[in-house]
Design a protein around this ligand. Sequence first.
Ligand code: SF4
Length: 388
Amino acid sequence: MLSLYLHIPFCQRKCPYCDFNTYAGKEARYAAFAGALAADLEQEGERRGRPTAPTVFIGGGTPTVLEPGQLERVFAGIRRGFALLPEAEITSEANPGTVDQGRFEMLRRLGANRLSMGVQSFDEAELGFLGRIHDAAAPAAAVALARSAGFDNVNLDLIYGLPGQRPGTWLATLKRAIDLGPEHLSLYSLVVEDGTPLAAWVAQGQVAAPDPDLAADLYEMACEQLAAAGYHHYEISNWARGALDTEELPAFACRHNLVYWRNQSYLGFGPGAHSSAGGRRWSVGRSVEGYIRSVQAGAAAVDFEEEIPALLAMGETMMLGLRLLGAGVSRAGFRARFGVDVADVYPDELAGLQRRGLIEVNDERVRLTPQGWLLGNRVFAEFLPEAS
Ligand code: SF4
């Protein structure tokens, strides 16, 4: 089983805080790119014997800038290269500023069954600061369009911890988001990424750096609001509706992202996309033109590749799995994969973290305690080989 990530490296305009590999003003290359992506999927799938894909995530970038015919081409590439499970989760990201009925209906017809929308805020001033192309009314219209096209699994992304953000505006954003009834919410604190316009503004003193204490307060506020609205907090930054399964995951948990959190195998397609499978990880070069050329010549050009030694794979499995607040790291899953029990690999780390009240260990799983949620990074570091 190999999950698929497709990177669409285009946006209508580049947001000043964003360091993703995405470009504005390349409309003339959309068609060539969609053709190259489809060919890459087909060629790579064929090389691997047309593996089964349980999930597909089309992200970027803004997949919904592509024309319906271009999206059609990409989906044809997926289906030629890979056998999609009948119940496969197929997500497309969408920007509320670049959607219309036709695109949503086309995505549904092609098989997409989950939409993830970058809303970020419902406050006009915050949207202006973030350089978003849509206003505060656009998300409601986009969700209504998605529903009428037949999407019954919708995620909204929100950003908190903007410099000087008032708790009242964050509360209002949370309430507007909850009122739209999404099945899933992803909340990210604003990070100043090197090389972005935001980083230059902060360095020049034009904008204050985000305050981690404020971000922690806003995060706690979100935890309370979303719990009261019936969302399960199943991952540090993610909430979803639906009954909990035996692993304490809600029915609308993002199955594609669970592949990452469980440190399972996935293939990435498109410029800058990362892959991890068969004990190796690699990434494709970031240039759009380079990507198109290399696929036309037979295979996407890999610019980084490494083996993942077993101890590192175990540490990453702990680090990623502990992000799942209810499910944590399954001890049976760990044993099945590595042939050894978690407690035999990390006896001192587990004992120390338990003493500090940051993790809980039982026969089935290892997971963070509520006290450990806010100190997650310190807990994760204990399991990486460099820290031991
Ligand atoms: S729309 Fe999303 S991917 Fe595109 S520049 Fe803005 S934050 Fe980045």
